[in-house]
Design a protein around this ligand. Sequence first.
Ligand SMILES: Cc1cc2nc3c(=O)[nH]c(=O)nc-3n(C[C@H](O)[C@H](O)[C@H](O)COP(=O)(O)O)c2cc1C
Length: 325
Amino acid sequence: MSNSETRALNAERMRSLLGYAVLAPSSHNTQPWRFQITDNSISLYADRTRALPVNDPDDRELTISCGCALMNLRVAAAHDGLGVTYNIAPDSNGEDLLAIISCNEAEISSLAEAELFSSIEGRRTYRKRFKSQEVPNAILGTLCEAATEEGAWLQVLESEETRQNIVALVSEGGSIQWSNPGWRRELAAWMHPRRRGDGLTVPGIVAPIAQAVVRTFDIGNGVGAKDKQLADESPILAVLGTHGDSVADWLSAGQALERILLNAHSNNLQASYLNQPIQVALLRPKLQKILGRAGHPQILLRLGFPTDKIDAAPRRSLDEVIEWQ
Ligand SMILES: Cc1cc2nc3c(=O)[nH]c(=O)nc-3n(C[C@H](O)[C@H](O)[C@H](O)COP(=O)(O)O)c2cc1C
């Protein structure tokens, strides 16, 4: 086979791996990533034109979302029999280049990661009520290990008092966010019809009407009551955190988050988010204090067994996120 034929084959293979990377979760479904493909490597860039300056002023969640895409890429490459090495871009503070991933047939692929592949397409953010069924401790142990393997930690909230204190912070955070017209405008701007391929789709409601409601009214009380009920009833509430709070830590948090979510799905669980006490800067130290441990909370998850199957959220086409070198 000629060199150019080999290159074309490699490029096609990389493109197919990226088809799985983009199925990762991202805040407001912004899909804030770009990929540059060279011969045997893929560079992952943050797409800051898709940032959420009010909800996420430091691009922390944006970077976590890119970390989730990196995890999917690692899993898909392992499943394809490729060994993966990746370097987190040095000095990536404020730079768009986040990581360079090399895929190599000569290296041994990771079995543990390959096993998660079948969950990439079935994972969903499940915002409805879960079954009341308890989650076995063995599964929780696997989820905690998944976090540790990526250099992060997962703390399952065990005592009722801790859960109640944190649920109160979720409500407080929600009220603060909904009372901010800038935050509501930003949310409304990412409520899109499904055909747009990104953003939050609103089932059963015409997007412009939903946007107008969110932009105009502080519906924090109603949303807060629903979140509180969901949190109270969730079999599991857990906080994902990191030891530091740098760009590299956020990338680790993203990889840990997706590793947890894929592991959860392979055990028939789904998850959704109650991130308000982390997104609202003044509440984050309070959450840290309630948890009573060193480190930085990054994501607050609720987990449980879903009662039904829900549609996948839309994604942009690969051509919009890939650049060829
Ligand atoms: C870092 C991060 C933060 C998120 N925060 C929230 C959140 O606060 N509330 C929420 O309902 N969903 C949140 N999500 C979930 C996204 O909205 C969801 O991933 C996106 O809409 C795509 O849907 P999918 O996960 O079903 O593919 C978050 C996802 C990520 C990765």
